[in-house]
Design a protein. Structure first.
Lengths: 277, 277
């Protein structure tokens, strides 16, 4: 763990606390981004900022200057060989009641924490996952956004058996949407597929990168409705997020999966955007 | 506004801030209660505590002693003629990541704020409401709970036209669920009805009291699936919560409603549990 890990800036000032009246605390009225830090630099910065700006626009939250966020992030990260940078942007402080206040000034927090020491085996040989009982609600207004209303993920995460590194969530219609902290991809007959997120889930930055890089190496990818059975029937399955990069799935319940050739090619194609071991 | 309004206790200590690492801020991982305060006492205390305990059990959050919460609430309220008491209970502070930490100690905040001066007209002559475009997601795991994931209510509240005191939310199947801050009841042919909340919405304390008190004065009440059209077709419509008590609805779009006899009888039946003007 780097010596600077654990530090937080709240609106640019070193602090570990926010107002109890902040709408992030009161209502989960905000957004967040989680970035891998490598050699003092947050990875995929532009893509994370694009998503944050897009989310802020949809929720009607005023954005700070990107330069300011960059400077604050670099201030925390510059000495970190590896780490995790978390940025939270909320609608700010207001009086009691749901109504947003026009003059509210958004709150931004930037925190650096230690790099999680995921076993290299997860990346190289894959992980066991399970389907969760907790469902992900269908909500077109919030779908795709990395907002602060994360109780579903908390409940799903609490369900996981010890041997499972991740859990997959379905919606009420039985569509597979995502993992608790990852997006999911399948490979069937050479075609890559990942769930449509127009009614739920977080449109992960690494998911976006996989879609881009797959196209660049001529692997077709479809964004579509995927049922639980489609995942179990797939030839290869893998998970992505900005910290783990790509983890192959080697088992779901009794179904075993190989670490297949397309999974390996995608893993290679995104290597530069992942933290090296 | 009472001189003690605006004060907050965080885990029993006067403070206006919480840790940036609190799971309430990070994930909305917690619950809340909003109570009317009259002559130094929070109203319907037992019912609010029952709901809070029920929610904590469902989310797996450890509860403080009720006596402690009562003492802290009284400490803030004792001198307030009227006010609003808000209690928040979160899973506490933990490291990054959704997984709840077994040893996390829950955070409780108790805040007193000024009584909102709702116009007496709202209670006596009714309010205009609208149906919101924002939908309420169907989620059996969180349905009924007054949890901290409130982005839907924030977005819906932001939609309201100036002349509307409240907005009604539908789910994806077109079922009317609740208002942004209230529960809704209809009266048709002498029968009271209110939406089933097993897939979404907050089971309001005042809603529960209305169900009890209606039964006590021999007014039948059904908890069932209500469509938008069922509300528009009703003879009387009213809204409830712990602060407003009961507001008749006098208009939805072009449809006008009278302040009917059953609405008035219910209003009378819950009067002792509401803040007097």
């Amino acid at each position: 763990m780097n010596s600077s890990a654990g530090t937080t800036l709240v609106n640019g000032q070193p602090s570990e606390s926010i107002s109890v009246h902040d709408r992030g605390f009161q209502f989960g009225d905000g957004l967040f981004e989680t970035l891998a830090v490598s050699h003092g630099t947050p990875l995929l910065w532009e893509k994370h900022m694009q998503r944050l700006w897009h989310g802020a626009k949809r929720l009607g939250i005023t954005t700070p200057s990107e330069r300011l966020l960059w400077d604050e992030s670099k201030q925390l990260c510059h000495a970190a060989e590896r780490g995790v940078l978390k940025i939270i942007l909320t609608r700010g402080i207001s009086h009691r009641g749901y109504a947003p206040v026009a003059e509210a000034s958004p709150t931004r927090t930037v925190s650096l924490s230690a790099w999680p020491d995921y076993p290299a085996q997860h990346r190289d040989h894959g992980v066991t996952v399970q389907f969760c009982r907790t469902m992900i609600a269908r909500n077109r207004d919030l779908a795709g956004l990395k907002h602060l209303n994360r109780l579903e993920q908390v409940l799903a995460r609490a369900e996981l058996s010890k041997d499972c590194a991740e859990g997959l969530l379905l919606d009420e219609q039985g569509n597979a949407i995502e993992g608790t902290m990852t997006n999911v991809f399948t490979v069937s007959q050479g075609i890559l597929a990942t769930p449509d997120l127009s009614h739920g889930g977080v449109a992960g930055v690494m998911r976006g990168l996989v879609l881009e890089r797959a196209a660049a190496i001529s692997i077709s990818c479809q964004v579509l409705t995927l049922k639980q059975q489609d995942i179990l029937n797939a030839e290869e399955v893998f998970l992505t997020n900005s910290l783990i990069g790509l983890w192959p799935v080697c088992r779901i319940d009794s179904r075993k999966f190989p670490v297949g050739r397309i999974t390996q090619r995608i893993q290679e194609a995104i290597r530069d955007a992942c933290c090296a071991d």
